[in-house]
Design a protein around this ligand. Structure first.
Ligand SMILES: NC(=O)c1ccc[n+]([C@@H]2O[C@H](COP(=O)([O-])OP(=O)(O)OC[C@H]3O[C@@H](n4cnc5c(N)ncnc54)[C@H](OP(=O)(O)O)[C@@H]3O)[C@@H](O)[C@H]2O)c1
Length: 261
């Protein structure tokens, strides 16, 4: 599989470059960075601490994608629409893990999926996919009378809140109880908790890779469903599994659930 990485100078981009370098079946052919990044025009292997690789970073999307079968994107929400547009034009499959994307980017992903396989997931962890399935099942089985609340904890550099994963878990709960509506904080004289409220709360600090807990509070008991990421490779492994899965597949929107089978 010939792979390009968008956001290659970032934490996730470099983690994927290291895993791709170690995989016998993957050849890294390009890496896209932002135009302002000091790493533009640098060897990806050197940036990733792997020594010379002979593949340099570029802010030019078309040349960064040249020769790729699949692009893995962990960049910035504002970059997603432009990337997938060019990838679709060049028949390159897209795996994107970039979070906090807007309607424009979502439409671009849908449009690209008419000509290439596309998988966007706010959390590439296979464990989080299973957690989402468990959340839907638990909320459905316990039903009304159980209060659902979600917390997420991330490192101090994370720029969006709540996390894409917390939103994904809220959606999973809503599959079972569509009336649940998100609140993102409580302060002052807010009154008793209504049944249809579901707090989705972000905590930021230190170097936490990502913890998510979904609580179901009942009378005299509570259920806590927790996922803890202990290092970033977890997401990189999931993204690479998704890229391998997409290679050669027909044009369509796919999900991490499809990768799990
Ligand atoms: N789905 C998942 O499982 C998962 C897991 C972890 C993270 N994420 C998400 O993935 C994204 C990246 O996370 P990260 O921790 O790797 O962040 P990061 O370290 O800040 O890396 C983002 C990279 O994207 C680059 N970038 C910005 N604009 C770009 C553009 N127009 N074209 C190409 N590259 C561009 C940035 O370059 P500059 O430094 O020059 O701006 C930076 O190198 C975030 O949205 C994050 O929430 C998702």
């Amino acid at each position: 599989m010939k792979l390009a990485i968008s956001g290659v100078t970032g934490r996730m981009g470099l983690a994927i470059a290291r895993l791709a370098h170690a995989a016998a079946d993957i050849e890294l052919v390009g890496g896209i960075c932002s135009s302002e990044h000091p790493g533009a025009g640098k060897d990806i292997g050197e940036l990733a601490g792997l020594g010379q690789m002979g593949v340099v970073t570029t802010p030019d999307i078309a040349s960064g994608l040249l020769g790729a079968d699949v692009v893995i994107d962990f960049s910035n929400a504002s970059a997603v629409a432009g990337l997938v547009h060019v990838a679709a034009r060049h028949k390159i499959a897209v795996v994107s893990g970039t979070t906090n994307i807007d309607e424009n980017a979502k439409k671009a992903l849908d449009k690209a999926a008419q000509s290439v396989p596309v998988l966007w997931a706010p959390n590439m962890s296979l464990g989080v996919q299973v957690l989402a399935e468990l959340v839907e099942q638990a909320v459905k089985r316990l039903g009304l009378g159980y209060d659902v609340e979600i917390t997420e904890i991330h490192h101090r550099k994370k720029v969006d809140s709540p996390s894409g994963t917390a939103k994904r878990l809220a959606e999973a709960a809503r599959q079972a109880r569509p009336e649940l509506r998100d609140v993102h904080g409580r302060s002052g004289d807010v009154g008793a908790r209504p049944d249809d409220e579901m707090a989705v709360l972000g905590i930021r600090g230190g170097d936490v890779v990502g913890d998510h807990t979904v609580y179901l509070f009942g009378q005299g008991e509570r259920l806590e469903l927790t996922h803890r990421a202990s290092n970033r490779d977890l997401f990189a492994h999931g993204a690479i599994a998704a890229a391998r899965f997409l290679a050669g597949k027909p044009a369509k929107r796919y999900t991490i659930a499809d990768v799990l089978g």
